[in-house]
Unconditional design. Sequence first.
Length: 93
Amino acid sequence: MGNPMYPPNVLEAKAKEASDDTRSALIFGCIGLICFGFIFGFLAFRKANNALEIIDLYQVVPEKRSMAMGAKILGIADIVLWGVGLILRIYLS
């Protein structure tokens, strides 16, 4: 498990960081669907992107990759839905 270029303690720390970032991104993405889509969508996107970079670079927790990708898509959806809602609000006023 993990990239052999890095010591086991670094891989363990990066695996925990990737798991925590993935979980946070999913939480932010779900909250963003309900309220403050632009803010929480951006946070979800950033956290998911960071988790994906760690997973790719250090080759740790590959089972969390799909969850991080889902959180990234959810963050994008939050931002897009917020933008659509804003445009509709302007045109319907």
